[in-house]
Ligand binder design. Structure first.
Ligand code: ADP
Length: 540
């Protein structure tokens, strides 16, 4: 008979995370860019105190256990306090992406049944537009003091955060409950249909954050200062707001200033060692460094994901600036990171270019998740680096069912991701495309990611995107969009010639459109749906 282990049982709850940081790393700093400009600086002990005060304030607002509390906010210290106060007290932290279309924002706030919404002053105009359409919200709270809380026409009772928490005690008994209880809710971006909610449990987030701290993933420790550029309003900022306090790492929160110059300044002034964000952020950071001939002093490694990081950009960071790139993959439905670059000792002998080529793939399943690829009949395909099929994922922090969803999206216990991937014999996964971005031409298949990566390797190219455009003969053909680097005079023939040397002849795009910028969505990804809408007509 299998015996039950004789260990204590304690639920894995997020309140434990902030209390651990407060007691073990009480003097470690959190540095946060205020929405109105200045830097704010305090410690984990202070953060926990204010989270407890907010927990009292939320109790007093009369929210029942399990209700949802929305946030529309940047990465800043108040948002962090809200994360812990809401989930810790048994409520559900619903992070809203402010870049959703206002109608979709109304949809998610109503669908989640948010009873309180906390927002940064930046988003006051947004709140003004949507408040009347969110009847369940009984309090709108601006994440500021009275001076920095704007009046919102038509909204009589906008509370300000500082006045809301001020009267309350800094002592609070966090409730104990089942670790499978809901802690946070995040909606997909809703590019196809209405956004769908992923409802994360305390257990899922704690386990993900623990794994995030391990050397195999972000290797967070109390020697690090970590700057999550990835937003707290989408996919829990890849769980860094939970992992950093677990590890006792200094947390540096950039607020609304996400341009290359501001990030660089913050990284240098706060001695940041680790960061995380989408490739477009790293691109603007590198452009700033190059334009001003700057170097990093303390930055050691960065996690990148959300969309594919081109090898040319990996090479810049790793080989020119000495910053290790860890390339991960995940989605709203996977709480945070599910796969991550894993370079081993055996790769040390490789040339930098060969190592960068491995990093350009999205890595191995991290402990706690498993991945496989399947064909259209659901049959598992070999891990040979050649076969490609739909990526399936399962694990401790992978969605089993959408919030209020009627049926389970799972297939044989695996979540179908909609991404097309390969997995090699070493277990390294490579995203080839999202199934909706794949370009199907003459019965064959072109990876838009591969073409984009080939194009951005040209020294005059700042950004590139490729979409499939309907074609009377070939079904679809690739159309390339290029944003030139400042002062560069790249022309169509030159970039096509460059690509001809790097990709199969039939992959070379039929046309090139030069743009000043590409449409970028709320999570920093190029919005190919916008490009398709405008340019996806028919090639003749
Ligand atoms: P959306 O992009 O629709 O807002 P998510 O933010 O959940 O949705 O993004 C998940 C998707 O992002 C994945 O399914 C995948 O297509 C893409 N993605 C995430 N990380 C990577 C990566 N490292 N390389 C390529 N694509 C990625």
């Amino acid at each position: 008979m299998i015996q039950t282990g004789l260990m204590m049982e304690q639920p894995l709850l997020l309140s434990e995370v902030i209390e651990h940081a407060a007691t073990q790393y009480g003097d470690v700093e959190i540095v946060s860019r205020e929405t109105h400009g200045p830097l704010f600086r305090y410690t984990y002990a202070d953060c926990a105190k204010r989270a407890r005060k907010l927990a009292h304030a939320l109790d007093q607002l009369g929210l029942s256990a399990g209700s949802a509390v929305g946030s529309i906010a940047w990465n800043n210290h108040r948002h962090l306090e809200v994360y812990y106060a809401v989930s810790g007290s048994g409520l559900v932290m619903h992070t809203c992406n402010p870049r959703l279309h206002p109608q979709q924002l109304v949809y998610v706030i109503n669908h989640a049944e948010d009873e309180v919404v906390l927002f940064d002053a930046t988003f006051a105009p947004l709140v003004k537009g949507i408040a009347a359409h969110c009847p369940k919200v009984k309090a709108w709270v601006c994440l500021a003091d009275a001076t920095n809380t704007p009046a919102i026409e038509g909204l009589a009772h906008v509370l300000n955060y500082e006045d809301l928490i001020a009267p309350h005690s800094e002592h609070y008994e966090w409730p104990a409950f089942d670790e499978r209880s809901a802690a946070a809710l995040c909606y997909t971006s809703g590019t196809t249909g209405d956004p769908k909610g992923a409802l994360y449990s305390h257990r899922a987030i704690v386990l993900n954050a623990l794994v995030l701290c391990t050397p195999a993933v972000l290797a967070l420790s109390s020697r690090d200062a970590v700057l999550p550029v990835v937003p707290m309003f989408h996919i829990n900022a890849w769980c860094i707001p939970y992992g950093a306090p677990m590890a006792g790492a200094k947390l540096v929160l950039p607020g609304p200033r996400l341009d290359g110059a501001s990030l660089y300044e913050l990284m240098e002034s706060e001695c940041v060692t680790v960061s995380a964000g989408v490739p477009t952020i790293w691109l603007s950071l590198i452009q700033h460094l190059e334009a001003h001939k700057l170097r990093f002093t303390t930055m050691r490694r960065t996690a990148v994901g959300g969309s594919a990081m081109p090898q040319s950009l990996i090479a810049k960071f790793a080989d020119e600036y000495g910053v290790e790139v860890r390339h991960g993959w995940g989605m709203t439905e996977t709480t945070a990171v599910a796969t991550m670059t894993s370079l081993a000792g055996k790769h040390d002998a490789l040339s930098p270019a060969d190592r960068d080529a491995i990093v350009a793939r999205q890595g191995k399943a991290v402990f706690g998740t498993q991945i496989k690829i399947v064909d259209e009949n659901g049959r598992t395909l070999p891990r040979d680096g050649t076969a490609q099929g739909e990526l399936m994922v399962r694990g401790h922090w992978i969605l089993a069912r959408y919030f209020k969803g009627e049926s389970s999206p799972l297939q044989d216990g695996w979540f179908p991701t909609g991404d097309v991937a390969r997995i090699d014999a070493d277990g390294v996964m490579q995203i080839r495309d999202r199934s909706k971005d794949v370009i199907k031409t003459g019965g064959e298949w072109i990876s838009s990611i591969d073409l984009e990566n080939a194009a951005v390797a040209h020294p005059a190219v700042a950004m590139a995107a490729v979409i499939g455009v309907k074609h009377p003969k070939w079904d679809e053909r690739p159309l390339l969009f290029i944003v030139r680097k400042p002062g560069q005079a790249l022309e169509k023939n030159e970039i096509l010639a460059f690509l001809t040397e790097r990709v199969a002849k039939w992959w070379v795009p039929d046309d090139v459109v030069f743009l000043e910028s590409l449409p970028v969505g709320g999570t920093g990804k190029v919005q190919k749906s916008d490009l398709r809408k405008q340019y996806g007509g028919v090639f003749c």
